[in-house]
Design a binder for this molecule. Sequence first.
Ligand SMILES: *[C@@H]1O[C@H](CO)[C@@H](O)[C@H](O)[C@H]1NC(C)=O
Ligand SMILES: *[C@@H]1O[C@H](CO)[C@@H](O)[C@H](O)[C@H]1NC(C)=O
Ligand SMILES: *[C@@H]1O[C@H](CO)[C@@H](O)[C@H](O)[C@H]1NC(C)=O
Ligand SMILES: *[C@@H]1O[C@H](CO)[C@@H](O)[C@H](O)[C@H]1NC(C)=O
Ligand SMILES: *[C@@H]1O[C@H](CO)[C@@H](O)[C@H](O)[C@H]1NC(C)=O
Ligand SMILES: *[C@@H]1O[C@H](CO)[C@@H](O)[C@H](O)[C@H]1NC(C)=O
Ligand SMILES: *[C@@H]1O[C@H](CO)[C@@H](O)[C@H](O)[C@H]1NC(C)=O
Ligand SMILES: *[C@@H]1O[C@H](CO)[C@@H](O)[C@H](O)[C@H]1NC(C)=O
Length: 384
Amino acid sequence: MKCMLAVAAIAALVSGACDKNVKLKSQADINTVNSCDKLDGDITIDGINGIGALSIDSLKEITGQLVIQNMYDLQTVSFGALTTAGSLKILNNTNVYKVELPKLASVDDFQVIVNPNLKELSYANISSSKNFQIIGTHIGSLGLFADSEPGNIEILSNTDLTALDFSAVKKTSGYINIANNGKGCNVTFSSLTQVGGNISFADTAALDISKLSSVSDDFSLYTNSFKNLSVPALTSAEKSVTLSGNSFEAIEFPKLTEIGSSLNIVNNTKFDSISKDTFPKLKSIPGSIVIEGSFDNITFPSLKTVDGQVSLSGKGKLSCKEAESALSAADNIDCSLETVEDSEDSSSESGNKTEDTDTGAAATSHTTFMAVVGGAIALAAACL
Ligand SMILES: *[C@@H]1O[C@H](CO)[C@@H](O)[C@H](O)[C@H]1NC(C)=O
Ligand SMILES: *[C@@H]1O[C@H](CO)[C@@H](O)[C@H](O)[C@H]1NC(C)=O
Ligand SMILES: *[C@@H]1O[C@H](CO)[C@@H](O)[C@H](O)[C@H]1NC(C)=O
Ligand SMILES: *[C@@H]1O[C@H](CO)[C@@H](O)[C@H](O)[C@H]1NC(C)=O
Ligand SMILES: *[C@@H]1O[C@H](CO)[C@@H](O)[C@H](O)[C@H]1NC(C)=O
Ligand SMILES: *[C@@H]1O[C@H](CO)[C@@H](O)[C@H](O)[C@H]1NC(C)=O
Ligand SMILES: *[C@@H]1O[C@H](CO)[C@@H](O)[C@H](O)[C@H]1NC(C)=O
Ligand SMILES: *[C@@H]1O[C@H](CO)[C@@H](O)[C@H](O)[C@H]1NC(C)=O
């Protein structure tokens, strides 16, 4: 009912059309909106067949949401003059290959989710962003991200994306989640110091988080393909630290003194020694420790308290006795290490790496992907 009223209002219109929520149903509706400079409300176009190009090139500002979703025939989108929108949601448009927003610089909530044929996405300079998500596209590059203190940043499953430059970001109030983008993906958060939520990087080939000093939630690295992990400035991780399935050969957290919950180091098949340089200052772990892999040595030079259980498993030169002495701060140790005497079995010693399975997206990233898609699609169904 209300939708029909809105459409009627547009048809009647010119003056009144620019301060209402509008649901676009036809080219005529599009032309009407295109006569506005500023639209005080939302624009929604949802599930309309037969529109191949959506082009609204006069409109400069939308105070509410711009939602473009479930448009099967749509191939190109252009908002040539748009500088500001409350939110932008481009969701589930199967055949869209180009989205042009050349002047867009201010948008609080930016979601481009599940547009599997999208190859070109342009915007000017994102400088106001509480939420920035690009998920499930084939874009080859990102535009400029200029916000130094955004909310969430989530870039998932854009399999042609090989460089993510978020060097303008200094702190986030929300989470950062980067996974399953292009092979060889180089991720730069070179100015980032503080993260207000979880931080997770998966499937990257290079990662700069050299200034990161504090994380308020979980810190996770999954299936990254680079060899030397250095997190030189991190002093405090308020929840867990998880390093799983990575190709790391060396790991260094030179300033990390506190972890808020648990420490998990599992299945990093080329990492065989937790050395004196790995966690030189780590003092306390209130949660559990899980260490799994082919370790030769482990040491935690400063560790004084471990409140949870320690689980050790895998096969290497390390014995349970050595492990227990390295983790004497813990009362509760469950050790099932299988100790091999010398080389032969320990892949770490031979120059020949037999297993080199670098691909495969982390299962976690897919879970997140589905959850986010569900959430985003659910958000967009409102009719005024
Ligand atoms: C995605 O859009 C198509 C039409 O293009 C529609 O059939 C399908 O139901 C949509 N999926 C979701 C999750 O809304
Ligand atoms: C991007 O936006 C920021 C902040 O608004 C501004 O300082 C910067 O000059 C802009 N850069 C470009 C290339 O527009
Ligand atoms: C990653 O990109 C940055 C610039 O964004 C560059 O300085 C650095 O060399 C790149 N790293 C790799 C390994 O390509
Ligand atoms: C990330 O944050 C959310 C909400 O704060 C939480 O439910 C989730 O378990 C966290 N950790 C990971 C690794 O996703
Ligand atoms: C790892 O990188 C850090 C910082 O760039 C460097 O200081 C260290 O020597 C490197 N370690 C190894 C084993 O390459
Ligand atoms: C361990 O990591 C490898 C490579 O990242 C992956 O293929 C494998 O499935 C992982 N195994 C487990 C048990 O997580
Ligand atoms: C392992 O520990 C022993 C004794 O602490 C030390 O001599 C050896 O160099 C260490 N090996 C590695 C690879 O750190
Ligand atoms: C290691 O690889 C080299 C050449 O790549 C081969 O000659 C050698 O036999 C291999 N050694 C083992 C133990 O597999």
